[in-house]
Design a protein around this ligand. Structure first.
Ligand code: GLA
Ligand code: ZN
Length: 678
């Protein structure tokens, strides 16, 4: 496998352990106690200054670094390292008052007044100038500070603005992209509904006041809305880049990142990836999501830098606060989710947050240290125990890569295009489809790289391309090349439908994938969520829902068939020999057992089923360290013990215990083993 653009992580001797620390919110005496407890828990890394703009710059012409100096100096004196935030994610009140245009205008066209956070217009010159100046000052002051480990620009970039400044910036962005109005009119299909533009100034951001009719996903012009999502991605990236450039003026070395949010639809992180020195992200999985959901996000984040490790920048040690109900992580769960992150490529394990804030909306958010400052709480004990285990690992995992033979193509454009489309179905959710295939591969024991459409696919045996609605560039040819040399490519319903501008291909469906799949999709039936179509797959019958494409084989053979309706007996899954390999097409949303069966057949063809594929609650993940050490993480997601037979001789780095091949290997409930393979 070739890796390009794989960036640069902060050099550390072990996995950095710690998290967001905001001591500016409490009195000095407490700082002593904080550091005493950090030492007890093995905390060596503090993320500092994420929301301190109004303290560090109390007025436009006044900077005050007194508190930040003390926080960093204290960290250095205690031997701790700092991930230093630029703090530009929440406007100080004076800025919002003095420059009202720095506040965002929402989808309904309302210019917001001061409040909340993540509240700035990305096109506001005042915001850009002042945020950049702050980053510049911070870098000038702290570039050579002994505690500085990494730069953390802003925080969780996101949100869309529809103000006049953004409208103008959008028009400029469009001019750069299309050069002529003819090209834009052609791309957006503006002859439809009399939309031909004759001047750039006529173009409006797509909002509730213009092209949209029921909300952000209901647009009359998909091309326009897609471009606004791309523009927003680039506009916020522009803010990041301006700050990064300011930092680089004083500090050419220290790695720079910003905390991303995994499968976050509004921003196409693949457009950001080249500009991050290393990827980092905040893991707050949806409640009740299976463990593969967080795993998919980890692998997506690892894919940003071509497989290089990333940082887990935030997770809660116990509970969130922003949801209607906020369950606790059960005993052992924090350890399990942390090792899951490491198993998938995290080279840091950081929390939000080190000590609970006293007031405002996050006062009940979980923290390593609670309001009472105790070290005898369950959460503190679990954090401290984990700190000791991470010390045991020393540097073994750092820089280790995932030796995946399976790739899954993840594409923000397809995600957007699919979910803003009128027809065939509003019920198909991109992440659900992608996750079903990812889950099937992971539970079968395959390591998976989650990659963009532009990724080099030459190193993979299997490429999964579910719901690949939009096909860009030479992707179809590269997928054909995978199959031609013996690999297997799998795609699904609603793939190969549109070009980069969301224009239908003027060919049979699935467009550029048709040759590889050896099929033609003639029609598609979309039905309500409760409608179930039986699908005959091998010896079993599984269930399918939402969309049923009617497939005419053109060289492919049926693997499964529909069981009902006027298309009963026609193919629901096909397999097409292509070169030395195969193209598989799944024409409907199969239930998970159906997806599992199809994916396992594909993996089996390449001998990619893992040794514990029959233990669905045991997750396996490999990492290969720079010195050649091969690691296998075993994660038991069940509340009962998992009894395995060791498939190879290995030593558990957490217990020092060696297990010979064939010997019993038991994982505790929610237990973890980090095996060094012999
Ligand atoms: C996000 C933010 C943090 C905090 C946490 C709470 O990840 O980055 O500042 O608000 O959520 O879960
Ligand atoms: Zn704006």
């Amino acid at each position: 496998m070739t890796f390009r653009n794989d960036g640069k992580l902060p050099p550390t001797a072990k996995i950095p352990y710690g998290g967001d620390y905001n001591p500016e919110q409490w009195p000095d005496e407490v700082w002593d106690e904080d550091h005493r407890l950090f030492t007890v828990a093995g905390i060596d890394t503090l993320t500092v200054g994420v929301f301190s703009w109004s303290l560090t710059q109390p007025a436009e012409d006044t900077y005050d670094f007194t508190i930040l100096d003390r926080i960093l100096d204290r960290a250095a004196a205690e031997g701790r390292q700092v991930c230093l935030a630029t703090g530009t994610a929440a406007l100080p009140p004076w800025l919002a008052k003095k420059y009202p245009e720095a506040n965002r205008t929402d989808f309904e066209g309302r210019r917001h007044r001061y409040g909340q956070r993540h509240n700035f217009c990305p096109s506001s010159p005042a915001y850009r100038r002042l945020a950049t100046a702050l980053a510049d000052r911070l870098a000038e002051r702290y570039a050579h500070h002994p505690a500085l480990l990494a730069w953390h620009i802003n925080n969780e970039y996101g949100g869309v603005c529809y103000c006049e400044l953004c409208a103008d910036a959008f028009r400029t962005w469009l001019r750069n992209k299309y050069a002529t109005l003819d090209a834009l009119n052609d791309a957006w299909c503006t002859t439809f509904w009399s939309h031909r533009y004759t001047g750039w100034a006529e173009i409006e951001p797509p909002s509730a006041l213009t092209e949209h009719w029921r909300g952000p996903d209901h647009t009359a012009f998909q091309g326009t809305t897609l471009d606004y999502s791309r523009f927003t991605t680039d506009a916020l990236l522009g803010c990041f880049l301006a700050e990064k450039e300011a930092i680089r003026r004083h500090d050419p070395e220290t790695p720079v990142t910003t905390n991303l949010m995994g499968m976050f639809r509004p921003l196409d992180y693949h457009r950001w990836a080249p500009h991050l020195d290393f990827a980092s992200w905040d893991n707050y999985p949806p409640l009740d999501a299976p463990p593969t959901r967080a795993a998919l996000a980890h692998d997506l984040m690892r894919g940003l830098k071509n497989g290089a490790p990333f940082w887990l920048m935030e997770q809660t040690p116990s509970t969130t606060a922003c949801r209607d109900v906020n369950p606790l992580k059960r005993p052992g769960e924090l350890r399990l989710t942390t090792f899951q992150a490491i198993a998938h490529g995290a080279d840091a394990a950081l929390y939000f947050q080190m000590r609970a804030s006293r007031g405002a909306c996050e006062k009940y958010h979980g923290a390593v240290i609670g309001h009472a400052g105790r070290d005898d709480t369950r959460v503190f004990r679990e954090v401290a125990d984990l700190g000791r285990e991470l010390e045991l690992l020393e540097n073994v995992t750092l820089g280790a890569r995932t030796p995946a033979r399976t790739a899954l193509v993840y594409d923000w454009d397809s995600w957007w295009a699919l979910e803003i489309s009128d027809g065939p179905s509003r019920l198909v959710r991109y992440v659900d489809v992608v996750h079903a295939y990812y889950r099937a591969a992971r539970e079968a024991g395959a390591d998976v790289d989650v990659v963009p459409q532009t990724a080099d696919l030459t190193g993979y045996d299997v490429v999964l391309a579910p719901a690949l609605h939009m096909i860009k560039g030479d992707l179809a040819a590269r997928l054909e090349a995978v199959a031609a040399r013996g690999g297997t490519v799998l795609s699904t319903f609603l793939s190969g439908r549109v070009d980069e501008h969301d224009r239908a291909f003027l060919t049979d469906v699935p467009g550029p994938l048709a040759d590889l799949m050896g099929i033609r999709v003639d029609e598609w039936d979309s039905r309500p969520a409760e409608f179930v179509q039986p699908v005959h797959l091998g010896e079993s019958v599984c269930e399918a829902r939402l969309v049923f494409e009617i497939v005419l084989p053109r060289g492919a053979e049926p693997v499964a068939t529909y069981g009902a309706d006027f298309y009963a007996g026609t193919p629901a899954v096909t397999r097409h020999p292509y070169g030395e390999g195969e193209g598989w097409y799944v024409a409907t949303a199969l239930d998970q057992p159906g997806v599992d069966q199809v994916v396992r057949r594909v993996l089996a063809r390449h001998d990619l089923l893992g040794p514990y594929a029959d233990h669905p609650t045991v997750e396996t993940a490999h990492r290969a360290a720079p010195d050649g050490t091969r690691l296998l993480f075993l994660l038991n997601h069940a509340p009962e013990p998992a009894r395995l037979d060791a498939h190879t001789t290995a030593t558990d780095l957490l217990t020092g215990k060696r297990t010979e091949e064939g010997e019993p290997l038991t994982l505790d409930p929610l237990g973890v083993a980090v095996l060094r393979l012999h």
